[in-house]
Design a protein around this ligand. Sequence first.
Ligand SMILES: NC(=O)c1ccc[n+]([C@@H]2O[C@H](COP(=O)([O-])OP(=O)(O)OC[C@H]3O[C@@H](n4cnc5c(N)ncnc54)[C@H](OP(=O)(O)O)[C@@H]3O)[C@@H](O)[C@H]2O)c1
Length: 302
Amino acid sequence: MGVSGSAMFRWGRAQLSGGMTQSEHETRTVLVTGATGRTGSRVAAAARAAGLTVRAASRSGAVPFDWADPGTWDAALAGADGAYLAYPSDIGAPDAEAAVGTLARRAMELGVRRTVLLSARGEDQARPAEEALAAAGGDWTVLRCAWFHQNFSEGPLREQVSGPELVFAAPPELREPFLDVRDIADVTVAVLDAPDGRYAGRTLDLTGPELLTWGEALAAVAAATGTARTYLGVPAAAYGDALRGFGVPEDEVGFLVELFTTLLDGRNAALSGDVAEVLGRAPRAFGEFAEEAAAAGAWKTP
Ligand SMILES: NC(=O)c1ccc[n+]([C@@H]2O[C@H](COP(=O)([O-])OP(=O)(O)OC[C@H]3O[C@@H](n4cnc5c(N)ncnc54)[C@H](OP(=O)(O)O)[C@@H]3O)[C@@H](O)[C@H]2O)c1
């Protein structure tokens, strides 16, 4: 037996039409966007492990969903009780505010009361999208996340990290509180699943447990793989020139140069206790991630 329609569902109180109370997890359904990506795939796994029913959504996911095509949104949202929103490719992109705001308002209309937005720590460009989420109402929570551990093992930097040298726009002395996406997933599920909705209306600041330079992080990868690597920090403008050379469109280069110039100026060089507050344990360390990723073959070259 299931609950049909989300209007009759309330977080923490799953009442069946016959007046019976069913176990909360049996009727909780969450939409996970970006479900084939770094965070969404872990959110989906953690939500399933917590007993939630997951709608794994993306353009190529089990549930078809395209941020650029609102025609795909209703089927993904209707009947869900909560949603994890990851906006590609960057939450600070100029079109994120309108998309997140419109989707969040539609979610409220369809009874999807609890929303979690993946945002970025220290990224001023992300604030409009965060505000659009809050303005839509409901039980919203923003997760302002530090740079992911998994930027080293998945996505555009992986290939460079697999080789002898990583060139990036972070100054060599910059210290970053790298964060494991599995901790984002665990926090997301704790927020979506909190019976008392205690994280509603909050902006959580998520960091890892230590401040590392990019060189120190790369050294941890080198130690885990047994192969030497060096880090070369270059100015954001020079990094932009390199991206241009690889054919990255001009508007994207402009956005990234501005983003890296601000985001990588030291503003994030402090730790937060929010992961521990929500999960009751310390966040995962970079070294632990590097060992596991190396063992899984993340940096094996063909
Ligand atoms: N990297 C970091 O260190 C960091 C730190 C803080 C915040 N963030 C934020 O993280 C977000 C990205 O999340 P992520 O790293 O988990 O994702 P990701 O690994 O980059 O993967 C992107 C996901 O979005 C889906 N997708 C792409 N275009 C889509 C579209 N038009 N409509 C629907 N789905 C689409 C992809 O699946 P399909 O291709 O199947 O659609 C995939 O599941 C960005 O908002 C970024 O600002 C990143």
